[in-house]
Ligand binder design. Structure first.
Ligand SMILES: Cc1cc2nc3c(=O)[nH]c(=O)nc-3n(C[C@H](O)[C@H](O)[C@H](O)COP(=O)(O)OP(=O)(O)OC[C@H]3O[C@@H](n4cnc5c(N)ncnc54)[C@H](O)[C@@H]3O)c2cc1C
Length: 393
């Protein structure tokens, strides 16, 4: 067999997070020779710390929403062959305020709400932990979503790319420099005709000056794994609540969101100040992953706050009826963040793309981005609506 580092690849991917794996998958499906280089022994960033919630409903209208639909389809295609369990499907938004219901009604009437269904209070409360329907205004059921357990799904996807598609993985190895056809890594040089850099929120190791031009920052989120006290209870589907309707761009762009925000500012100011909203998802063992919160800084303090945890648990109880669950795990995670874009595809050289998801939606959009960027590199196809302004000088 050829020695690993002397092989020549069609594509080298920097980063084995979900975005890097999405590009590797898109290229492998075209029968290209692919190597993925990852500085850690296994992916350890946002991609394994998230909810594994592939979210369509609520994503920003247009490109992001379409990328989410496509990414959801790819997850559905690869999950079985890769041995990844789809833990849950769909989404239920459970709301307590008439202003929130008005947002859901407007959403359902838009083209994005076409397959979604408005719920009355009794339907919204169904299967939740004894939540009285009288406390609810109603809800929305979306069929689009699916949920995987990222901490096992991401390594499984990588293993499947290696086993079934012949993708090589070089890790742990930091890529120090990219100049196709050559890459310099801490494990030695590599040769590849094209390179995609998916560094997540590592802004300094490659193309730091280009990344700086986009004014990226980081967002830190707090997460919990919980065991419900109610024996045998399993959350019937992923749940979101009123607070999510003032966070997700697909809802916030609706005029109806303004009245909801005004009311939440009066009634839940600490939740808003900490960027707390609710996503609650369940695994086959009945444990829940619940979060999250949002703190923005160049280097956010990594310490999980007890107050933020209490705010998340408070919203969980209000939206699902689950009281005082056992906390099994606590963790924080960060992702790259920009105020004005959901993703960037930068073109530092003809055969190099730098791809960063900047809106916290990488599990929901990464496969579609991978397909677009690989098509652009290998077919010369202009990436649909993917062009980004050059970074400011
Ligand atoms: C707590 C939390 C919850 C979230 N929930 C969701 C969710 O439910 N749904 C959703 O769609 N999105 C969610 N997100 C966002 C999503 O996780 C991210 O958008 C996505 O994981 C980004 O993927 P990535 O591959 O770009 O980054 P990462 O996962 O950070 O991977 C980047 C990789 O690149 C490697 N790397 C960087 N530089 C180099 C180099 N020079 N050489 C070698 N390797 C390098 C790093 O080691 C890292 O492994 C969440 C994020 C967080 C933090």
């Amino acid at each position: 067999m050829e020695p690993f580092l002397s092989r020549t690849y069609d594509l080298a991917v920097v980063g084995a997070g979900i975005l890097g794996l999405g590009h590797a998958l898109a290229a492998a499906r075209r029968r290209l020779r692919v190597v993925v280089v990852e500085r850690d022994a296994q992916a350890n960033g946002a991609s394994v710390r998230n909810f594994g919630f592939v979210t369509v409903t609520g994503q920003e209208r247009g490109t992001t929403w379409r990328r989410a639909l496509r990414t959801r389809d790819v997850w559905a295609e690869v999950a079985g062959p890769a041995g990844i369990a789809v833990e849950q499907r769909g989404l239920r938004v459970v709301v307590r305020r008439p202003e929130a219901l008005a947002v859901l009604e407007a959403y359902a009437a838009s083209e994005m709400g076409e397959s979604c269904r408005l719920l009355n209070a009794a339907e919204a409360a169904e299967g939740l932990a004894g939540l009285p329907a009288a406390q609810l205004a109603g809800g929305l059921a979306s069929p689009h979503e699916l949920r995987v357990e990222s901490r096992s799904a991401v390594p499984r996807l990588a293993a499947w790319l290696a086993e079934a598609w012949g993708v090589d993985f070089l890790q742990p190895a930091l890529v120090r420099a990219v100049a196709p056809p050559r890459l310099e890594t801490t494990a030695g040089p590599l040769e590849a005709g094209a390179v995609v850099v998916c560094p997540g929120d590592e802004f300094l190791s490659l193309y730091p000056e280009r990344i700086a031009g986009y004014g990226l920052s980081r967002c830190l989120l707090q997460m919990l794994r919980l065991r419900p006290r109610e024996a045998g209870f399993r959350l019937p589907c992923p749940v979101m609540s009123d607070l999510g309707l003032v966070r997700y761009a697909g809802y916030t762009a609706l005029p109806e969101a303004a009245a909801l925000r005004a009311r939440l500012e009066r009634e839940q100011p600490r939740h808003l100040a900490e960027g707390v909203h609710l996503i609650a998802v369940a695994g086959a063992d009945g444990t829940l992953v619940a979060g999250d919160s949002h703190r923005y800084a160049a280097t956010p303090a990594p310490f999980a706050s007890a107050e933020v945890e209490a705010l998340i648990l408070d919203e969980l109880q209000r939206a699902t009826g689950l009281a005082e669950p056992e906390v099994l795990e606590r963790w924080t995670g960060t992702y790259a963040w920009a105020p004005d874009r959901a993703a960037l595809i930068d073109r530092p050289e003809a055969a190099v793309r730098l791809v960063v998801v900047t809106g916290g939606t990488g599990a929901s959009t990464g496969f579609a981005l991978g397909e677009e960027v690989v098509a652009e590199l290998f077919d010369g196809a202009a990436s649909a609506e993917a062009s980004s302004p050059e970074p400011a000088e």
